[in-house]
Design a protein around this ligand. Structure first.
Ligand SMILES: Nc1nc2c(c(=O)[nH]1)N[C@H]1C(S)=C(S)[C@@H](COP(=O)(O)OP(=O)(O)OC[C@H]3O[C@@H](n4cnc5c(=O)[nH]c(N)nc54)[C@H](O)[C@@H]3O)O[C@H]1N2
Ligand SMILES: Nc1nc2c(c(=O)[nH]1)N[C@H]1C(S)=C(S)[C@@H](COP(=O)(O)OP(=O)(O)OC[C@H]3O[C@@H](n4cnc5c(=O)[nH]c(N)nc54)[C@H](O)[C@@H]3O)O[C@H]1N2
Ligand code: SF4
Ligand SMILES: [Mo]
Length: 729
């Protein structure tokens, strides 16, 4: 494996960037055909593609139509976005609260008042018995800014618990930590997507946007049409790798060594930008020394990427007048993810590829509001506006907006996995909103046990997810098309989702839930149910913070196709491009961080000789809670599988389609084999979208990054065992 030079440029439209539907139906068959479409955005990933929703009659109350005017996707959608309306049908989702009268009893329909009363009573009782930190909150990066903001406020002001975190910790937290370390500010992409085709070379590390963000592929295609080059770093020859000029296929978990090896070559070949280093950075001597310990042959032996591939990458990156590094979950979801991203940032800084037009480092954030969700206070260590909860000035500012004493605000709490680990021990009652950890958390079998050990679990969701199914109370909430709210896309663009249709009877919004619970817990004020009111308060809470939304309003977003933060005042134009004059550090200089390669938390050995990595497929989203309820997506991606190389399959006697068990120190997952030479022979891959026997996270390693507390989803040691079915009796 290793460098496959000049792969042909294949497949960009067919099957990848998919489904365009006309703005207006040509043959409107029902009486609502004349209704105008409402402009909004997709409920799923961080690209937040623009789409139109047109009310129709039938079980599915709207149809998705093209919104060609939104600049990011120009009308293109992937199959998930195009089929998103299916989950609005009453048959696909929850329409009534459910409650378990006592442990062991089945969930049964119940009225809203009884459900809310029960939650309020259980949360207060737990706090009285075990202390306020025994009540926890777990949020999600798919929630709107308004929801994330009020969820954090609910935890800090009503519950006064430090025990709050969210699934974004599993997503881009390593990139966020590295960003803050180097640049003093974390906005995933410091430049708009439209800059990508204008750079000369992109190194895309561990991202597969041809499956995870199909309309994004347009930017890579345009880059190459403009004469730029694309290098993809992925242990698998993915659909995205097939678009590249150069594909490097390292062993999972070795990206840190790879980036250091490239930096070594940059120095050895005299390709550093000394003027940029001197004027705009600090810490180069230490970072340089660390890189010099990673000579190319050593890096080849660690990563499996041949030296010529390393040299070619340096040539493409440095020959171009401007270049970019983009990372996604591949290098980030590692127990050294933060240092790994720092190593890639160091490469950009040493070559003067940051803080300049059409150059820089960016992270492809994942969830719909993966960016905004990490800014407004559902994170354990954070207050709104991307403020630190341990900063006295930040506490004073936010406490003043909330009308509380700064002393009353709790301090930092545990990270997501540590919070899940503490369930039934330190944390005895949990309110979960917008995540399905029983499928998506690492070492998920153990996490499921922790959920079962809780005294009380309340879940608000749109569907009965695997985690909701274990709750004591389940609240059915409104979905994207049924409510208004803002999201912040992977570019840092704050966009507006608009209500297009009324929810079915019996369903309430997350804001109504928080309002009702706060009122029962003695806070009749401060939890608005109108999204715009919540946003206006968020603007004040964020004012003066790193992620400053003060100048952004619903009207402006609508008029301007979104506004890029920071935007400190109504007259400010917003900031599509950051760092062009100075970085957001106190001295305005970017900081090199000296980092060293180290092995994965769990390396292969005799008992577990292979590396497992995990990720996504085009037609399922995350834990699958939503997309597994859509027929069109299920027929395209019906279930889990284990991807393995033909040589490995032959050695183990595994045939295509045969059941195979992936066994680690945490447990075993069973799924059919998919044999392909697109993967390294020493590595196997599983998508993580399914529950049950094929749940990839039964096997994954919860080793955490020391800085970001990101679990090591992308590498653990496993063995494969052919599954021999007993003959039918
Ligand atoms: N269809 C679909 N789209 C999605 C999502 C979804 O669930 N389904 N989820 C959204 C979310 S929340 C996110 S975070 C994004 C994620 O978007 P991506 O990061 O593109 O998705 P992944 O499949 O997790 O990982 C990307 C690639 O990393 C590779 N990889 C694995 N291990 C390593 C490694 O050690 N090093 C390197 N360099 N690469 C490695 C995998 O082979 C995979 O091709 O997608 C978003 N979009
Ligand atoms: N092995 C492995 N595991 C992984 C990853 C990996 O690459 N490999 N990736 C990780 C990453 S990057 C992520 S982001 C996580 C995601 O994993 P999860 O946190 O499980 O993400 P989702 O499946 O999107 O869960 C969101 C839940 O919230 C519900 N929901 C949607 N909108 C709303 C709303 O507005 N309000 C409420 N109350 N509920 C709502 C959905 O129906 C769904 O049940 O998985 C992580 N797990
Ligand atoms: S790429 Fe992401 S935002 Fe766009 S349609 Fe697909 S899931 Fe939705
Ligand atoms: Mo994610």
């Amino acid at each position: 494996m290793g460098a496959a030079l000049r792969a042909p440029y294949l497949r960009c439209n067919a099957g990848v960037v998919a489904v365009k539907q006309p703005r207006r139906r040509l043959h409107g068959m029902d009486e609502t055909a004349a209704l105008p479409a409402i402009d909004t955005h997709c409920p799923y990933c961080s690209l937040q593609c623009g789409m139109g929703l047109r009310p129709v009659t039938g079980a599915v109350p709207v149809e998705v139509v093209e919104r060609p005017g939104f600049p990011v996707n120009l009308g293109a959608l992937c199959g998930k976005g195009a089929s998103a309306a299916a989950v609005l049908a009453p048959g696909a989702r929850l329409t009534t609260p459910l409650m378990r009268p006592h442990r062991g009893a089945p969930l049964a329909p119940v009225g809203w008042e009884a459900a809310l009363d029960r939650i309020a009573v259980e949360l207060s009782r737990t706090a009285e018995r075990h202390g306020r930190d025994a009540v926890g909150v777990f949020g999600g990066g798919g929630l709107t800014n308004e929801k994330a903001y009020l969820l954090g406020k609910f935890a800090r002001v009503v519950l006064r618990t430090s025990a709050i975190d969210y699934n974004g910790r599993f997503c881009m937290s390593s990139a966020a930590a590295a960003h803050s370390r180097a640049f003093g500010l974390d906005r995933g992409m410091p430049f708009p997507l439209e800059d990508i085709p204008r750079t000369g070379c992109v190194i895309l590390v561990g991202g597969n946007p041809a499956e995870t963000m199909p309309p994004f592929v347009r930017y890579l295609r345009e880059l190459r049409e403009n004469g730029g080059t694309l290098v993809v770093v992925d242990p698998r020859r993915t659909r995205t790798a097939e678009l590249a000029d150069l594909h490097l296929a390292p062993r999972p978990g070795t990206d840190l060594a790879l980036a250091l090896g490239l930096l070594h070559l940059v120095v050895a070949e005299g390709r550093t930008d000394e003027e940029f280093i001197a004027e705009r950075t600090t810490g180069w001597p230490e970072a340089r020394a660390a890189a010099m310990a990673h000579w190319p042959e050593l890096v080849e032996s660690i990563t499996g990427v041949p030296v010529p591939g390393l040299r070619e990458t340096v040539r493409l990156f440095c020959d171009a007048p401007a270049s970019m590094v983009l990372t996604a979950r591949g290098p980030e979801q590692q127990a050294k993810g933060t240092d790994t991203v720092s190593a890639w940032i160091n490469l950009c800084l040493a070559t003067g590829r940051a803080g300049r037009p059409y150059s820089g480092y960016g992270c492809l954030t994942g969830q719909g509001n993966g960016q905004g969700g990490r800014e407004h206070g559902q994170k354990a260590d954070q207050l709104p506006g991307y403020r630190r909860i341990d900063d006295p000035a930040a506490r004073r500012h936010v406490a003043a907006v909330w009308g509380v004493d700064p002393q009353s605000l709790p301090g930092p709490g545990r990270s997501a996995y540590e919070l899940l680990e503490s369930l039934g021990r330190e944390v005895r009652a949990l309110l979960l909103c917008g995540s399905n950890p029983v499928v998506s958390a690492p070492r998920a079998g153990h996490v499921a046990e922790r959920f079962a050990a809780l005294d009380f679990l309340a879940v608000s969701d749109v569907v009965l997810s695997e985690t909701a199914a274990t709750a004591d109370v389940v609240l059915p909430v409104t979905q994207w098309a049924e409510e208004t709210g803002t999201m912040t896309s992977l570019e840092g663009r704050v966009i507006l989702r608009r209500r297009a249709v009324a929810p079915p009877p019996g369903v309430r919004s997350d804001l109504e839930v928080l309002h009702a619970l706060a009122a029962r817990l003695g806070h009749g004020e401060g939890f608005p149910v109108e999204p715009e009111k919540a946003f206006d308060e968020l603007r004040r809470a964020s004012a003066g913070g790193p992620a400053d939304y003060a100048g952004i309003s619903y009207e402006r977003i609508a008029a301007e196709d979104g506004v890029f933060w920071p935007c400190p005042s109504a007259g400010h134009p917003g900031t599509p491009r950051l760092f062009l004059d100075r970085f957001a550090t106190p001295d305005g200089r970017a900081r090199f961080v000296p980092v060293q390669h180290r092995p994965a938390a769990e390396e292969p050995d005799r008992e577990y000789p292979l590396r497992l990595t995990t990720g996504r497929v085009l037609s399922q989203y995350q834990s699958g809670a939503q997309t597994r309820r859509v027929d069109a997506l299920n027929s395209a991606a019906p279930g889990p599988y284990v991807e393995l190389h033909p040589r490995l399959a032959e050695r183990l006697g595994v045939a295509e389609g045969a059941e195979v068990a992936v066994v680690s120190r945490r447990g075993r997952a069973v799924a059919p084999a998919r044999v392909t030479d697109a993967i390294r022979p020493d590595t196997v891959f599983m998508p993580f979208h399914w529950a049950g026997a094929g749940r990839a996270n039964t096997v994954t390693n919860p080793a955490l990054d020391p800085v970001s507390r990101m679990p090591e989803f992308k590498v653990c040691a496993v063995r494969l065992e052919p599954v021999v079915r007993a003959p039918a009796p």
